[in-house]
Write a protein that binds this ligand. Structure first.
Ligand SMILES: [Zn+2]
Length: 247
């Protein structure tokens, strides 16, 4: 059980006074352990907001070194960190933001075997896909289904994005909606305005928080975001009986 200290009550006072959160909700938030895959455009706001909100522990896996072309959207980083491992810089910044949150970082490109290392280590409440490619999104989904881990997956391109939240035994998964066969191979850098992953990564953090609090979330739904017309459309989806999540 986690009892909030006076300092924590002060720090999180603006969310504690929310009738939808309260001290009880903050105590729930303070217990969340998240495994985050990727720490770029989506991962930056995701990690920042969850750390600011006072989750228990955030484990980030990312294999990249910071490039100047990342700074247009990866708001966790700055010019002084160019050429350095993103995870190292991420840990520095996030720990400075909130020393209450345990930040673990690993420089690795995950695959089905390497992810086991992290899953064996501790019980995560969520796995979040903050990667920039379909292959990793399907892998994260598969891992979530296999290990019955709650999961949030987002994708972006240009001024568009989509996001889904998954409770593997109960709700539709990413593969119920998107087919790994039909997805195009990665063809180099995709166009993107930095605000797009900013919004979608922020929504991923929101989903983790709302799911934890038992508030309405994006289970059995895909939210399609069109930032040109500013349209946010929710599409209801159902679990596919022939999908990996129904086996
Ligand atoms: Zn499925």
């Amino acid at each position: 059980m986690i009892i909030l200290t006076d300092k924590q009550k002060e720090r999180y006072s603006r969310q504690i006074i929310s009738p939808l959160i309260g001290e009880e909700g903050q105590e729930k938030i303070s217990k969340i352990k998240v495994l985050q895959i990727g720490c770029g455009g989506l991962g930056s706001p995701f990690a920042l907001y969850l750390t600011a909100a006072g989750i228990n522990e955030l484990t980030i896996v990312d294999n990249d070194v910071l490039d100047i072309s990342n700074l247009q959207r990866q708001i966790l980083y700055n010019e002084s960190q160019i050429g350095k491992d993103k995870i190292r810089s991420a840990k520095e910044v996030l720990t400075m933001l909130n020393s209450d949150v345990k930040i673990n970082t690993y420089k690795e490109y995950i695959d089905e075997d390497s992810i086991m290392h992290y899953l064996k280590e501790k019980n995560y409440d969520f796995i979040a896909d903050c990667s920039d490619n379909f292959k990793t999104k399907f892998l994260v989904n598969k891992i979530a289904v296999k290990h019955n881990l709650r999961c949030v997956i987002a994708g972006i391109k240009d001024f568009y994005g989509q996001i889904i939240t998954i409770n593997p035994k109960e709700t539709a998964c990413y593969q119920c909606v998107f087919s790994p066969i039909e997805t195009p191979p990665n063809e180099g850098p995709l166009p993107v305005i930095g605000v797009t992953p900013g919004i979608l990564g922020t929504l991923e953090a929101l989903e983790v928080i709302k799911t934890t609090l038992g508030l309405p979330n994006l289970e059995n739904k895909v939210l399609m975001v069109n930032l040109i017309d500013l349209r946010f459309n929710i599409i209801d989806i159902i679990k596919n009986e022939n999908c990996i999540c129904s086996a």
